[in-house]
Write a protein that binds this ligand. Sequence first.
Ligand code: GLA
Length: 432
Amino acid sequence: MRAPGRINLIGEHTDYNGLPVLPMAINREIILVAAPRDDAVVELHNTNPCFEPRAFTISSDIEPYQLGDWGNYAKAAVQALHRHFARDVSRLQGLRALVDGNVPMASGLASSSALVVAFALAFLNANNLSMEPQTLAELLAEGEQYVGTRGGGMDQAVCLMAQAGHALKIEFFPTRVEQIPIPPGYSFVVCHSMVEAPKTLSARRAYNVRAAESRLAAALLGKALSRKMQNRMVAIERLGDLYSTDLHLSEAEIDFLLQETFLKDNYTLGEIAYMLGASEDFVCRKYLSAFSPEEARTLDRLKLRSRSRHVLSEGRRVRQAAEALRVSEMNEFGKLMYESHESCATDYEVSIPELDALVAIARESGALGSRLTGAGFGGCTISLVENALVEGFVRLLERSHSRGGDRTEKGNLTFDDRIFVAKPMPAAMVLR
Ligand code: GLA
C-alpha cells in the first residue's frame, strides 16, 4: 500500500465548516506491507523503532490506546470498517502489517490520514473487500475522529482521490471533487518551521476549540436569520450552510448578518447560552462534546466574530483560487495565498511566529504566494515559485534556516524535511 501526504494550497479550517478546500497529494508517502492472518488480530510493526509493535482484536468497539499512540490510527480505520461491514460480512480477518514512510509527522502534511488510509486499504485488501474512494473517504473522515481530534474530510479525500499533476477542489456534505491541473512552470516549495504540532496532543485542544467556535457561531447566525425571517426555522449547522440555495443570501448579506449578530469578538459560555435561549449544560453537550465538562467550563473567551470572518472569507478565497488555477492566473493565485495566511494568523489564530517569519522571507524573496499549510500551530509553509526561480529561492530559505539554528523540538524531523519541492502525486494505491 502507498498513501501520500498532502499540502493544502488554500482553504484552511474550511472543511469541517462545509466550505471547500484545494489540496494536492505530494511525493511524501506512507508505505505499508501487509499479509492476512487467519484470526481476528491486527498486528502492527513500524520500521521506526520509536513506534513499538501493537496488536489488537478487530471489533466495532475498540478501546483506544492512550492519546497520541500510533496504534490508534489503525484502530480508527479498523473500527470504522468493521462497523460498516459487520452486518454483511460474517467474519472479518486480521492482518500483519509493517509500516514505513517519509511524511514528516505533526507537520501539517496529513501523515495521520495517510496512515489511516493505508491501514484501511490493507484491511479491505486482506478481506477481499472494496469500496468507492469517495465513500471510503467519508467513512474514514468520521472514523479518524476516534483519535480525539474533530477534523474534517480534506485529508482522507485527497489521499484517496488525487490525480498526478492536479490539485483537487473538494466540497463537503456530501463530498464532491474537481480535478484542476497545476500549470507547468510553477512549483510549491515546502518549508518546515521545525516546530511540531501533534494534532492528537498539544494542538488537539486548540484545534477542537476552533471547531467548536465555528459551530457555535453557525448556530447563533442561524438563530439571527430565523428571527429576521419571522421565526421561520433555519437550520445552520455549519457556517457553509449560509450558502444553502434556499436561503438566497448574497455575500454582502452574509457579511452584514455577521456584523449584526456579533457586536463584539469574545463571548462567555453563559452569554452564548443566553443568546441561543438554551442552558449552559445543553450548549456543552451539543457543541462542546469534544471536551470534558470541566474543560468545557474553562472556555470563556470564545471568539465567534473573527473565527466566522476567517472561515467565510477563506471559502471565498478557495473559489477564487480554483478559478485562478483553472485559467493559470498564478499571480492572482499567489495573492490569495498571502491573504489566506493573514486571515489564518489574525482571525483564526492558528499561525505561530516561526511560520509568519517564513512567509515574510518568501514574500521578500519574490514568491508569488506563501502561507501555512494544514491545521497550523507549527508545521510547514508552502510557497508558490516560478520553476526558474526555485533553486535560488530554496538557497535563500536554507540560509534563513541555518541562521535560526536547529529548532527541532523532538527528534522526529530529518534534514530532508526542512525544505523540499512538492510534486503533485496520484492517490493512494495497492501495490502488488
Ligand atoms: C487538519 C484536518 C483537516 C483540516 C485541516 C485544517 O489537517 O485533518 O480536516 O481541518 O487541519 O484546514
